[in-house]
Design a protein around this ligand. Structure first.
Ligand SMILES: [Zn+2]
Length: 296
């Protein structure tokens, strides 16, 4: 069930139907980005005593399907009782492929909206599906792009103000796949967080894929040791994420999702690089303490 929030020009779903009723777990998924089929496997879950039921985790993404990047993590925290919120910036109108039969435009945007709502419902997430266009109208020039990107900044500010998340996760500078929209999503979340002294200060994390040993490490992923948060999830979480990914039927063939699901279950972990809030102060750049105390 959805409601249109006129004030913020947002489309907000009040789905509170978290993690329940997900009977047939199937496959897995991911999108026009990446994902990590990493090597560290572990079955442990959150190791501290944090009361997850009081927490809110918010994901900031560019396209319908990008949430698949952290699908198992969203499924995990929804299962544990946290409030899970997804912000999807664009309508996906340009995401054509050669097999689904859709042309770019309004019809495809409508399909993507339904698919995104389906995925949010399966994950047990509230959805803010904003109405910006893929590439934020960059092809129309500076002014069109700025209008869209500033709208995204303002909307995200208002959402964070209203929902008061404890955790925000988004793309890092690589955007997972170098997609410019992904980079804008990550930069927008970071800019909003840095824009003021928030009363409730959320922790920001960038989803990352380990790139050690990769020939194209400059283009995709993050050096393993910068990914200092390794969030473990269960097979059940992986299966829920796969079912959610299959909602994106105009983007993912079931076999593709199945192969992702297998990788998720195998790894059982998602990697994140934390944004480090300022702690130390300095009068000159070279006197500031190393930002990599655990690595160097
Ligand atoms: Zn994307």
């Amino acid at each position: 069930m959805s409601t249109y929030n006129k004030k913020n020009n947002l489309f907000k779903a009040d789905s509170r139907q978290r993690r329940y009723n997900i009977l047939s777990y199937a496959l897995l998924g991911a999108m026009c980005l990446f994902f990590s089929f990493n090597t560290l496997s572990c079955t442990s879950e959150t190791r501290n005593n944090t009361n997850i039921e009081d927490k809110t985790i918010l994901g900031v993404w560019a396209h319908p399907d990008d949430e698949t990047t952290s699908g198992p993590v969203f499924a995990k925290y929804a299962r544990k009782g946290a409030e899970v919120i997804l912000v999807i910036a664009t309508d996906g109108r340009l995401g054509v492929n050669d097999w689904s039969g859709y042309d770019a435009g309004d019809e495809l945007a409508a399909v993507r909206r339904e698919e995104m709502q389906c995925a949010a419902d399966v994950l047990g997430a509230d959805l803010y599906h904003l109405e910006y266009e893929d590439q934020f109208r960059a092809s129309e020039g500076f002014h069109a792009f700025i209008e869209q990107s500033r709208g995204f900044l303002d909307d995200l500010h208002d959402i964070i103000e209203e929902r008061q998340p404890d955790i925000i996760i988004t793309f890092g500078p690589d955007g997972g796949s170098n997609h410019i929209d992904h980079r804008i999503a990550g930069a927008t979340a970071t800019q909003v967080l840095l824009s003021k002294d928030w009363e409730k200060k959320p922790s920001l994390f960038f989803a990352g894929s380990p790139n050690a040993g990769s020939d194209n490490y400059r283009h995709r992923g993050v050096y393993d040791e910068f990914l200092t948060v390794r969030d473990h999830y269960t097979d059940e979480d992986a299966d829920v994420a796969a079912e959610a990914a299959k909602c994106h039927a105009s983007q993912f063939l079931p076999e593709r999702v199945d192969s992702w699901a297998e990788g998720w279950r195998e790894s059982g972990v998602s990697y994140f690089r934390p944004f480090e809030a300022p702690g130390s102060q300095a009068d000159d750049l070279f006197s500031y303490p190393s930002q990599y105390p655990e690595i160097r």
